[in-house]
Design a protein around this ligand. Structure first.
Ligand code: UDP
Length: 335
């Protein structure tokens, strides 16, 4: 791989986590030299299927700088973060520390080490309750929970830094609802206390949870439950490789939505989970969860046009099937 056409070495913070581990594997398979930097607070060593792991925290500036100077990456991908909307409402400072302050540490370390390219894991939560759907990248940023606000702040750091320093360029990928698992079941989501809808539904089907709660049935949507744009993790991994090539080609800093441009309600997802698993499970309709916007659907033309992104798994059934294969594998491996 020629260094002049694409970065050969990529440092991945949070590479032992759900999305990061899928990207690390995709990087390894594409021939990149990859190094994961992770404190294993939620990730797992065995999820790192390509390259080495540095056990480290983003608060540890010395280790961060040393790692950057020794590995000398062409680009950094920054996944390591806290990601639960509900928890961010009850524990906002955790989110500002892990997502904003730690990102600042990383940016300062990048400057010290002279690393000039970053791909940032942002989120559709920066939009809050969008005024128009689908929501495009230039929509106003009005997050309604600390999770979205903490990521929005980091986007601001990035925008200001690239203005001040032309040698620094970034791509910010605003993820919609990432779900599914590696189609070969080598990787998937594996959190101690999963909160995301698809994982909760499948674990309920397996009997790990007694029931699935539906958080709110009075939203202004077709069936009263929240609507989300679910994107398969393998397609999201591909978006990161496309973003790397974009930066390596010398293109300017940019922000891209990552979604398919259509949404499913909580009830749609539950019906699909029952169909895919062939299992019935208890569903309880309950009150709203704090911090949830009614509907999020990506305007996704920009990423297709400018990164040449071509998703392969734009299919809710496929998302559920790959997640289900993974959940069965996890359940079989655990006592
Ligand atoms: N949700 C739900 N029950 C659950 C988990 C989630 O009804 O056990 C709803 C949640 O309120 C939201 C949607 O499912 O409307 C997607 O939530 P998730 O946590 O998967 O992702 P988020 O949109 O918060 O990133």
């Amino acid at each position: 791989m020629s260094k002049t056409t694409q970065p050969a070495r990529v440092l991945v913070t949070g590479g032992a986590g759900y999305i990061g581990s899928h990207v690390v594997l995709a990087l390894g398979e594409a021939g990149y030299d990859v190094l994961t930097y992770d404190n294993l607070s939620t990730g797992s060593r065995k999820a790192v299927l390509a390259g080495d792991l540095v056990l480290g925290d983003l608060a540890d500036r010395e280790l961060l700088i040393r790692t950057l100077e020794e590995f000398n990456p062409d680009a950094v991908m920054h996944f390591a973060a806290s990601i639960e909307v509900g928890e961010s409402v009850s524990n906002p400072l955790k989110y500002y520390r892990n997502n904003s302050v730690n990102a600042l540490n990383l940016l300062e370390a990048l400057r010290t080490a002279g690393t000039g390219q970053l791909i940032f894991s942002s989120t559709a939560a920066v939009y809050g309750n969008p005024e128009q759907l689908p929501v495009f990248e230039n929509a106003p940023l009005q997050p309604i929970n600390p999770y979205g606000a903490s990521k929005m702040m980091t986007e601001r750091f990035l925008a200001d830094l690239t203005q001040a320093d032309a040698a620094f360029r970034y791509v910010s990928l605003r993820y919609f609802n990432v779900a599914g698992a590696d189609p070969a079941s080598r990787l998937g989501q594996d959190y101690a206390n999963p909160t995301h809808l698809i994982t909760r539904a499948l674990k309920t089907a397996l009997g790990i949870f007694p029931k699935l709660q539906v958080f709110g049935t009075d939203y202004p949507t077709l069936d009263g439950t929240c609507v989300r744009d679910y994107i398969h993790v393998a397609d999201l991994a591909q978006a990161h490789l496309d973003a790397l090539r974009y930066l390596a080609a010398g293109r300017p800093s940019a922000i891209f939505n990552c979604g398919y441009g259509h949404g499913f309600s909580v009830k749609d997802v539950i019906a699909m989970a029952k169909a895919v698993t062939g299992l019935d499970f208890t569903v309880e309709e309950t009150g709203r969860r704090e911090g949830d916007p009614a509907e999020l659907i990506a305007g996704c033309e920009k990423i297709r046009r400018e990164l040449g992104w071509q998703p392969c798994y734009d299919d809710l059934e496929m998302i559920l099937r790959t997640a289900w294969d993974w959940e069965k594998k996890l359940a079989a491996a655990k006592p």
